[in-house]
Design a binder for this molecule. Structure first.
Ligand SMILES: NC(=O)c1ccc[n+]([C@@H]2O[C@H](COP(=O)([O-])OP(=O)(O)OC[C@H]3O[C@@H](n4cnc5c(N)ncnc54)[C@H](OP(=O)(O)O)[C@@H]3O)[C@@H](O)[C@H]2O)c1
Length: 359
């Protein structure tokens, strides 16, 4: 199939977004509405005002497009049939994987079940040209020496000898990280294969690293998310997520992440199987926790104590690893993505927490 034949625009009809109430999904919806699309925002419960009011408010912001709410559950086959009927694009950001109580095997199997239901409904809709899946950098990362720069050519499970046999599919029932990473990688492959066999649409994936940026409502402050860690740093608490904060924060702005999904639908360069890492644009966006803390403190001098990592003089008490390193260069080159500066992103995140009274 010629790649340009499947690129879409608002003139091709509505576009649907699953997980529309979520942090990333909401910014996908916002960007599409801003660009003039009629967006079918798929949520679990359209009457839950805590999760949908910010979506409906987009209809009153003078944006060119509009939002319509549709209900759907990822675990019910056919749940998205009505929402996807007549859509030119489907953007699948919804997922139960995250910080819930499923077993690793359920995380893995659940991802396949969810994607299969969404893809089936999308194909059944009859007018699908583009399918964009929110995968994860987890589908890319694997053991490499510190400082190694990952690109879209990398897949988790590469360099298998460095895992001591640890990251084979046998590990899925025992280890949540393996289950999540392999679920994302293997569902990506399944989607590309189905698109290739079907021949009427192309599929792509967005692979975010640490997503931060403005939250639109309190529900976007999910426990243990990166934005939630920033909130606690603003409350003066030490950052705990990765054992003493020993990894880089390799940041992408949630607004860039939202825009990249829509650009995938419109790109005449992106083709079936194209995948785009959404991470720092350059080294300025890759920060150790103490650098993050320093930048946040500078932006918010009125906050007396900004949390961070334990220091020993002017050095972190624990070694901080040079990973994960990766840059969103392909998204910039092929999708034309222009990214926010790290200062803008941090400021917009903090401002949104302050505006909602959460700090
Ligand atoms: N945030 C990150 O740093 C990051 C990094 C890499 C990849 N990702 C990926 O990005 C995607 C979105 O993440 P997020 O951070 O935006 O998470 P989020 O805010 O928790 O959003 C998840 C969305 O999925 C929906 N959902 C959950 N279970 C559902 C079900 N059974 N049926 C229908 N909808 C369901 C939620 O709806 P309700 O509101 O009804 O719960 C919510 O809208 C996920 O696939 C995640 O793996 C995120």
């Amino acid at each position: 199939m010629s790649k340009s034949l499947t690129a879409i625009s608002p003139a091709d009809g509505p576009i649907a977004v699953t997980g529309a109430s979520g942090y990333i999904g909401s910014w996908v919806v916002h960007d599409c509405v801003e660009q003039g699309y009629t967006v079918r925002a798929c949520v679990r419960d359209a009457s839950n005002s805590n999760k949908v009011d910010h979506l409906l408010a987009m209809n009153n912001q003078g944006l060119r497009g509009s939002v319509e709410l549709y209900e759907g559950d990822l675990f019910k086959p056919g749940s998205y049939d009505a929402a996807f009927k007549g859509c030119s694009g489907v953007i699948h950001t919804g997922a139960t994987v995250g910080y819930n109580s499923e077993t690793p095997q359920e995380v893995y199997d659940g991802c396949f079940t969810e994607v299969t239901h969404v893809l089936d409904s999308a194909i059944k809709g009859g007018t699908l040209k583009r399918f964009v899946f929110t995968s994860s950098f987890a589908a890319v990362g694997h053991p490499r020496p510190e400082g190694y720069v990952f690109t879209e050519k990398d897949w988790c499970g590469d360099n298998i000898e460095a895992y001591n046999g640890g990251w084979t599919e046998n590990r899925i029932p025992e280890d949540r990280n393996t289950a999540y990473a392999m679920a994302k990688a293997n569902t990506e492959k399944m989607i590309y294969q189905q698109a290739a066999e079907n021949g009427t649409f192309d599929a792509m994936a967005i692979l975010p690293l640490h997503v931060i940026g403005p939250i639109m409502c309190e529900n976007h402050d999910q426990g243990m998310s990166w934005q939630n860690c920033m909130r606690y740093m603003m409350k003066g608490k030490q950052y705990k997520k990765t054992e003493g904060g020993r990894m880089l924060w390799n940041n992408t702005d949630v607004r860039d992440c939202g825009r990249a999904h829509r650009l995938c639908c419109e790109s005449t360069i992106a083709k079936n199987g194209s995948r785009y890492i959404l991470s720092a644009a350059d080294r300025r966006g890759e920060l150790y926790t103490w650098q993050m803390q320093e930048m946040m403190q500078k932006l918010y001098p009125q906050i007396p104590v900004m949390g961070g990592e334990e220091m020993d003089g002017d050095k972190p008490a624990q070694h901080t690893y040079e990973k994960p390193r990766s840059y969103c260069l392909l998204a910039k080159q092929e999708l034309g993505l222009e990214t926010y500066s790290i200062e803008d992103t941090i400021r917009a995140t903090g401002d949104s927490y302050l505006a909602l009274g959460l700090v």
